[in-house]
Design a protein around this ligand. Structure first.
Ligand SMILES: [Mn+2]
Length: 318
């Protein structure tokens, strides 16, 4: 089994170490980076925390402030050219996610990778509900002391990715949940997570409710309003909560591409498999059984109806 000691021995202590959350990070990515940095610090290894893109989630911005997580955008960090980068909770193939200087030396993730990572250390556990759970297990095996702030962050990462322990939960996630619940501050964590929407987001819901197309148990939503990935995911979750709906695709235009958020309640139609099939030749997607995401460049977008048809074919509906 991979683990912390193997990671530590693969690092060169003389070179800068950067732990990088994926672009436009979510709670799980930031929590995993934070937890890992603290664990390395207990082993006298200093690591910097960074992410690509920007943080579009108000609830995550607030969590970073309240828990005092020292993470900065990669543009601000300006790592040295020989920096060693450890990527957490998202692996975009064997290239650096934001194109910042340095070498990817490690990958810790719970998503299916597009290709096998070509780096010194990788630890990918697809059956884990969150990347935070992997970091929790590193602490457990190392019998390392976790601060309440780290425990709260990891608890939030786990709760977010599993929709409060209702999807993609494995036995180890339950163990992590019960330990982190008592070591961290679940009240603060829950408050921050459960208040991720604001009145400003109602327009997106209104548009989604007015424009949704439902065919059998498949719901397709094209949202024209500007909306963060987090709000889009919450809209998709909302529609999945409708009794008649078991598969949801939400699509919204972004600056350079269309972003997609996919939800499934049906093991026979896993989100990651369906999105890959539907976007073949026009975009990229991935994720897990219950949730997935992807993107299509503007010039390859097949139109609203074209895209909906692609998903219907991928779902075996025609
Ligand atoms: Mn995750």
């Amino acid at each position: 089994m991979k683990g912390l000691q193997e990671l530590i021995s693969s690092l060169d202590r003389k070179r800068q170490i950067v732990i990088q959350a994926h672009d436009f990070p979510d709670h799980d990515a930031v929590a995993s980076a934070y937890g890992l940095a603290h664990l390395l610090e207990l082993n006298e290894i200093r690591a910097f925390l960074s992410y690509g893109g920007e943080i579009q989630s108000q609830s995550l911005t607030e969590a970073i402030r309240v828990l005092e997580i020292p993470i900065v955008p990669s543009a601000k960090l300006m790592p040295s050219h020989d920096a060693q980068i450890i990527v957490v909770d998202g692996f975009a193939g064997n290239k650096n996610m934001t194109g910042m200087p340095g070498e990817v030396v490690g990958v810790i993730d719970h998503h299916t990778p597009p290709t096998e990572p070509d780096c010194r250390y990788w630890d990918i556990r697809e059956h884990y509900g969150s990347c935070s759970t992997i970091i929790y297990e590193y602490y457990k095996i190392a019998t390392a002391e976790m601060t309440p702030s780290v425990a709260t962050a990891l608890l939030m990462g786990l709760m977010m990715d599993t929709a409060f322990m209702t999807r993609g939960v494995s036995k180890i996630d339950l163990e992590a949940f019960s330990t982190l619940f008592f070591q961290g501050d679940w009240k603060t964590g829950s408050r921050l997570l459960k208040n991720s929407l604001s009145l400003r987001d109602l327009g997106v819901f209104r548009e989604a409710i007015n424009s949704c197309i439902v065919a059998e148990d498949f719901c397709f939503l094209l949202i024209q309003k500007e909306c963060s990935p987090e709000v889009m995911a919450l809209v998709a979750d909302f529609f999945l909560g409708l009794r008649e709906v078991h598969f949801v695709v939400a699509v919204a235009p972004d600056r350079e591409e269309y972003r997609l958020s996919v939800r499934s309640e049906d093991h026979a139609r896993p989100s990651d498999v369906v999105i890959k099939l539907a976007l073949e030749g026009i975009g990229a997607g991935g994720g897990h059984i219950h949730m997935g995401g992807g993107s299509i460049p503007h010039d390859l977008f097949p139109g609203e109806e074209g895209l909906r048809r692609r998903f219907m074919t991928a779902l075996g509906m025609d």
